[in-house]
Design a protein around this ligand. Structure first.
Ligand code: ACO
Length: 323
């Protein structure tokens, strides 16, 4: 069967680093509180003239170079983002132009923190259907521009960044030993719309708005949905948690990641945790964590990766991938 192979990954974090102590100078918070409740130590913030598409392009260039592919080969670009350069056109078309790609399919996908899981599953389906053969799947965010910097309950949690993967099509036997994406799962439940949202938008207020969150409700649902999504893709592929080499979860909060790891029964050493270094970068967090795993030299071809994510909507999903 035709499968989507993850040929390469790339990540990009803006130069400017803001530590918890930096935030404590203007907010009633502390490094201790933030680290204890979230595991976050610092976040990267985009320069004023740096757009989401610039972050996306930097990550995509690294991924394409590692895949040894030119931009002319890309026939599908999906940018998962909640912070597009403009309301329209799609940031994916800005990426297409800046990378120097020729005509192809390019669009944005909005599933907030679950955006990368949604984009990966969508690209996988395009490839399996034969509608694309080389895809760039990018998660890119400038969440710093959505934050209310006077709200200590949310401002400390997020950061800017981008991550990208290159997918190519490859015929495989069709078993759980295949290379590439073995299973994906997506879901959303709009009854929870109000728990995590931005209080503005083109059709409601005509403004960009600020992020608002009921942190406790998000936490409560996140652990259950992330665990369920992970189990669903393992079941779909006929594999068990012991088969997984790396859990690469959405990087929102160390406590959520720990709780999910515990419920799944996976060894701590197999869980990739990068939230301390870049905080929650929403759709960018899984490919950034994957990039960190790759650059650390610990990821081997054939390793089984389990990725899961959850965020506003609520929307959530998972993917099981053999690297
Ligand atoms: N510094 C110091 N005190 C703070 C801060 C802060 N940055 N933020 C809140 N507090 C205070 C609150 O005001 C409250 O004070 P009070 O008791 O005087 O009223 C106290 O700390 C406890 O507040 P809680 O909200 O109950 O704290 P909690 O232990 O639940 O931690 C947190 C808050 C970290 C937001 C937690 O609920 C959480 O992690 N939720 C998940 C949110 C998340 O990760 N969202 C990301 C997007 S969704 C996703 O990606 C999965």
């Amino acid at each position: 069967m035709r499968r989507s192979i993850l040929r390469a990954v790339g990540g990009y974090l803006p130069d400017r680093i803001v530590t918890n102590d930096d935030l404590a100078r203007t907010l009633d918070t502390s490094d201790d509180w933030i680290q204890e409740r979230t595991g976050i130590r610092r976040r990267h913030i985009a320069a004023p003239d740096e757009l989401t598409s610039d972050l996306a392009v930097a990550a995509a260039r690294r991924a394409l170079a590692r895949a040894d592919l030119g931009p002319d080969r890309v026939d599908l670009i999906i940018v998962a983002t909640s912070t597009p350069d403009h309301t329209f056109p799609a940031t994916a078309t800005a990426v297409q132009r800046k990378l120097g790609c020729g005509p192809g399919i390019a669009f944005d996908l909005q599933a907030v923190c679950a955006g990368f899981a949604y984009a990966l599953a969508t690209a996988d389906n395009f490839i399996k259907a034969g509608q694309a053969s080389t895809a760039l799947v990018i998660g890119a965010e400038t969440f710093s521009r959505l934050l209310d910097w006077t709200d200590r309950g949310t401002a400390v949690l997020f950061g800017d960044g981008a991550g990208a993967v290159v997918l190519t099509a490859l015929e495989q036997p069709g078993t759980a030993l295949d290379q590439g994406i073995l299973a994906t799962m997506l879901a959303a439940d709009g009854r929870h719309y109000a728990h995590l949202q931005v209080d503005g938008g083109p059709s409601s207020t005509g403004t960009v708005g600020h992020l608002r969150m009921n942190g406790r409700e998000v936490f409560r649902h996140a652990v259950g949905e992330l665990t369920g999504a992970a189990r669903a893709v393992l079941d779909a592929a006929g594999l068990a948690i012991d088969d997984v080499d790396w859990l690469v979860p959405h990087q929102a909060n160390k406590r959520i990641i720990d709780a999910v790891g515990k419920k799944l029964g996976i060894a701590e050493a197999k869980v990739v945790v990068t939230v301390a270094e870049h905080a929650n970068t929403s759709a960018a967090s899984i490919p950034l964590a994957l990039d960190r795993l790759y650059t650390s030299g610990r990821l081997d071809r054939g390793d089984l990766l389990l990725c899961n994510a959850m965020g506003g909507g609520f929307a959530w999903g998972a993917a099981l991938i053999r690297w």
